[in-house]
Design a protein around this ligand. Structure first.
Ligand SMILES: Cc1cc2nc3c(=O)[nH]c(=O)nc-3n(C[C@H](O)[C@H](O)[C@H](O)COP(=O)(O)OP(=O)(O)OC[C@H]3O[C@@H](n4cnc5c(N)ncnc54)[C@H](O)[C@@H]3O)c2cc1C
Length: 302
């Protein structure tokens, strides 16, 4: 802790006790002890190189798949959105995307260039870094299908480049070298047609707004779909639509969404996740596994 206090200040903004509720799409979560918004890759790399080895670090994009508990996060949160935000065409079919670029921006950029294969990213409200960590996907597309290589930083701030083959990728799951985080990816797309890609994006966004509770604070699908079935179907047929704990409710529009109706705590959401898990297991004999990442300390431990 004292060693952290003596660090050379980064060029970016380092805030103390930053409420994570401001940085998660559920709008809940206690404070991060330290919260760094680096100005660029060099700034982040220099900061990590100096950070004592024992200091926990948590990387956050747009917080759209995160439940941060009410007691907050002991350690340093590194936020990439709004900072690592370069996006460039490398050649005919390749683009380089930094980790903080919003997925929607990647989809639009590729479409404008007349490249196809990234349209599915349009409705995913996270960053490229989060999409790489989660193998985010929608409507048949998945992030790692278009990844050729990634750039990472390790805990000592070293910048590395790795081929996609260094990672084991599955449904919403990515395993790779431990102690490294994504700072950029090179995507390989197919030559396509700008107008058709733009039209496809429009129709995917419409399908989303027809089926999902847009405009309400959520983290998207809470549970992974079990093999051969859908979490939403299992939750709905267990009679859980509309069930609430405090300010957290199972959405009436999409049963695999839990929405914060305004006053939820992280504890409300986590309790509702537990209630849904138990009820579905009792009704169907299937134990759902959360897709959302749950981090931080319960309020009483803070
Ligand atoms: C309305 C709504 C709809 C959604 N629809 C979809 C959907 O269709 N498909 C889908 O897959 N997801 C969906 N999601 C979930 C979410 O948007 C994705 O999981 C997204 O990829 C998370 O990106 P993020 O930047 O917000 O990551 P965060 O939520 O900030 O972080 C998620 C995880 O990624 C890690 N991470 C973040 N950045 C990095 C990095 N640079 N390097 C290493 N690890 C990192 C974090 O540590 C954390 O473990 C939806 C969410 C919402 C709110």
């Amino acid at each position: 802790m004292n060693a952290v206090a003596k660090l050379t200040l980064p060029r970016g903004r380092l805030r103390l006790d930053e409420p994570m509720a401001r940085h998660t799409s559920w709008r809940v979560g206690g404070p991060a002890q330290r919260f760094l918004e680096p100005v660029d890759l060099d700034d982040l790399s220099a900061f990590l190189a100096e950070l004592p080895a024992g200091e926990p670090v948590f990387w956050v994009g747009l917080g759209s798949n995160l439940l941060v508990r009410d007691g907050g996060i002991a350690g340093t949160v590194i936020v990439t959105s709004g900072t690592l935000n370069r996006l460039a065409r490398l050649d005919e079919t390749h683009i380089r995307v930094e980790a903080g670029v919003a997925c929607a921006k990647v989809a639009r950029f590729a479409a404008r260039l007349g490249l196809t294969g990234a349209e599915f990213l349009a409705g995913i409200p996270g960053t490229m870094g989060g999409a790489l960590a989660m193998n985010a996907g929608a409507f048949g597309g998945e992030t790692w299908e278009v990844v050729e290589s990634v750039e990472t930083l390790d805990r000592a701030g070293r910048h590395l480049e790795r081929p996609a083959a260094d990672y084991q990728v599955d449904y919403r799951q990515v395993n790779g070298p431990a102690g490294e985080w994504f700072v950029a990816a090179t995507l390989c797309l197919e030559p396509g047609n700008s107008r058709e890609s733009t039209e496809r994006i429009r129709s995917l966004l419409k399908r989303r707004s027809d089926t999902q509770p847009m405009g309400q604070a959520s983290c998207g699908s809470v549970f992974r779909n079990p093999p051969g079935d859908f979490a939403a179907r299992l939750i709905e047929s267990s009679g859980l639509k509309g069930v609430c704990v405090g300010g957290a409710c199972v959405s009436e529009k999409h049963a695999n969404f839990i929405v914060n109706v305004g006053s939820a705590s992280a504890l409300d959401i986590e309790s509702l996740i537990a209630q849904v898990t138990e009820t579905v297991e009792r009704c169907h004999g299937i134990r759902l596994v959360p897709e959302v990442r749950i981090i931080g300390r319960p309020a009483a431990d803070a």
